[in-house]
Structure formats: C-alpha cells, structure tokens
Ligand binder design. Structure first.
Ligand SMILES: [Zn+2]
Ligand SMILES: [Zn+2]
Length: 373
C-alpha cells in the first residue's frame, strides 16, 4: 500500500505537524480514496484558534482534520464495482461520500435515521492511535470502510464544487428537507456564511417565494442576492434584534416567516430567530454547535406552536441530492466556484492563518480556503 502525507493536529495554538503514514490494507468491500481537495471549515478554525480562556491540554489526542473534502478512487476492495446507486465504479473516478459513518446496526439506523445513529462516528475524531490511523481530509488518503456510502460525481461539475458537498451543502439540504420547506414559503436565513449561501439557493430551489437573508457583511449579502435571496437585512442598517424582527414582520405583512434557518452559530441569535417565525411555523437550528446559552420564557415555544428542528449530520442519500442540486443550478447560482484560495497540504499552517485572517477582516466576501493534498 502507498504511504501518504498526513497533517497532524494536536491542539489549539500548536502548529500542524506533517508526517508520513502507511495507508490501511483495503479490505473486501472497502475503498481507498486519494484525496484531491479539503476545505477549511469554520468549525475547524474554531478548534484551531486560541481564544477565550482555553488552556492547553496535558495529553491531547493527535488527529487529522478535514471533513469537507473529496477525492478519487485509488483502489477498490474485493467485491466493489458499483457506487451506492449501482453505477459502475472504477479506479480514478471522482467520488463524494458522507464523512460520518453510521453503524447500520442499531435502533435508529434500521429506521433509516442514520443522522441520529448513536454509534456513528467521524473518523477524524478517533485519533491517530486507532485503526485506520491516518485518515481525515487533510491528508493524502482516506479510507472508506466496507459498506460505506459513495457516489460518483457528475461530469458536469468542476472539482472545486465538490468538497463542501458532504458538510455545508448536505447539512442545510438535509435540515430543510427534514423540516419540509414548502412551495411558496417565506424563508428567513440567519447568517450568510458558507451554510447560509447554500441555504438561500436551496430555499429558492425548493420553491420558496421569499428568501430573506440576514448578515453583517455587505459582501456576503451580495453573494446571497446572487444565490436567490429576494431581500437582505444588513445588521449595519438594522443593528438591534428588535429592528431585524420588525423588518421581517414588515416583509411578511405582519405574519412572520414560515421557516427560519439558523446557520449563524451565535446563541444570542436564537431568540431573535424564533421571534421571526410565524405562528405554527418552523425553526431549523443548524449552527448552534458552539458553546453558548439562551434563556427565554417557557411559554415562548408553545405560545407560538413552534416546530423546532435541531439538526446535526444527515442521511446518506442527501449526498446524491446535493450533487444533483449543483448540476441543476450550475448556470443559475455561482455555487461551483466558492473556493477563493488553494494551498498545497504542505502549507497547512499558512492556510489556516490565511483563512482565519479573512474571517476577521471587515467587509470581505466569505472567502473559502481549500487544501490540495
Ligand atoms: Zn464542516
Ligand atoms: Zn446506527
């Protein structure tokens, strides 16, 4: 088996270490992937940054980051000749796959609720000590264990459109599908980062009549308009929660939105978002994976008869749906060229510095950095 370059993450404030590891033996039913691109996701920047009162850990687990990534088939294990939709699969084919591995043998999995599998895992959470060791998107190889889901990438899509498919795009698509956004709905999107831009385009594609996007950066709002937003609310023009809620009410004839999608990851935005939902409407909560607390009157949710959809991870079929969405909308929205800068894997430390710097710069368009292993 080939050896591959691996970027090892230890903890915030410690530079990545580049090492070479052997790739795992490809079992019957398994697939070895040669990675071709890994995005730096906001969640990874969060773990990498030294912030707040975070203290160094004594014995940190070493692991490989990168969950928003893609590659080509390097070698197929015995018995694998099709992708998950029974289309012929061969070495060199471009593929997309979920980065979460559901167990397929549990209460939730047998009901098709793979996103809720309590035994699912992210390979790069396992650490370098556990088999198959060196896997993650920020490495040259990744291993798909026997039976994992894999989808051929349509020829129409450029390479750089694919890495966000299994994180940002799949996540918002699954959340909005799960909550059933209806034809004609008014949808509010809180946050126009990577997830928010996808959510905007997905809402339009699902038939929303109105898509209202809220963010503080003009460049991001401009991107949202290019991707289907019918109105935008700038936090500069509407600096308070009350003003933003009032603006949404004004845009919806005093009714509120059928659906509000939270992809901002700021706890304080949650209550504001709930206030924008109409009576008997839906709140899709995706971004609240970072620490933070909210407090509100216990009667708030019931008084509104609100349906609250907390959503993490997704079911495997959504990957194909995401790929088809990109094909269908490729001449409509600029979603296939969201990578703004690429760095070779060897420059991972510089790439993280760069991606982070961009995040802080006032008024820049949401820049997205890709590592090329
Ligand atoms: Zn991510
Ligand atoms: Zn399971």
């Amino acid at each position: 088996m080939p050896k591959g370059l691996v970027s090892v993450f230890t903890q915030a404030g410690t530079p990545f270490d580049l090492r070479e590891y052997p790739t795992p033996e490809v079992e019957a039913g398994g697939i070895l992937i040669k990675n071709t691109g890994a995005m730096i996701c906001g969640s990874e920047l969060h773990g990498w940054r030294v912030e707040g009162d975070r203290k160094p850990v004594a014995n940190p687990k070493q692991r490989v980051l990168g969950h928003e990534f893609t590659g080509v088939v390097h070698s197929l294990g015995e018995g694998v000749s099709f992708d998950s939709l029974r289309r012929p699969l061969k070495e060199g084919d471009r593929v997309a796959f979920p980065f979460i591995f559901p167990c397929n043998r549990c209460y939730h999995c047998v009901r098709g609720e793979h996103h809720a599998c309590q035994h699912r895992f992210r390979r790069n959470m396992a650490g370098l000590e556990a088999y198959p060791y060196c896997d993650g998107g920020m490495a040259q190889y990744f291993y798909l264990q026997p039976g994992h889901y894999v989808y051929k990438v349509p020829d129409e899509l450029p390479d750089q459109a694919i890495p966000p498919v299994n994180c940002a795009l799949a996540q918002v698509l699954f959340g909005m599908e799960r909550a059933r956004v209806h034809f004609g709905d008014t949808v509010v999107i809180q946050g126009a980062g990577g997830l928010g831009i996808y959510a905007t385009a997905v809402a339009r594609d699902m038939g929303a009549s109105q898509v209202i996007v809220i963010d503080g950066q003009p460049g991001r709002l401009e991107m949202a308009r290019k991707c289907g937003a019918t109105s935008t609310i700038s936090m500069r023009d509407f600096p308070t929660a009350e003003a933003r809620v009032a603006r949404v009410m004004e845009l919806t004839s005093g009714i509120g939105a059928d659906v509000v999608v939270e992809v901002v990851g700021v706890a304080a935005a949650t209550i504001e978002g709930i206030d924008m939902v109409r009576q008997n409407g839906k709140y899709i909560d995706i971004g609240n994976i970072v620490p933070g607390e909210i407090s509100m009157p216990a009667s708030k949710v019931i008084g509104k008869q609100l349906k609250w959809f907390g959503t993490v991870h997704y079911n495997p079929w959504i990957i194909e749906a995401a790929l088809q969405f990109l094909v269908r909308t490729k001449d409509k929205y600029p979603l296939s060229n969201i990578v703004s800068h690429s760095f070779p894997l060897e420059q991972i430390n510089e790439a993280f510095e760069f991606a982070d710097w961009h995040g802080k710069e006032e008024g820049t368009v949401a820049q997205r950095v890709m590592l090329v292993p």
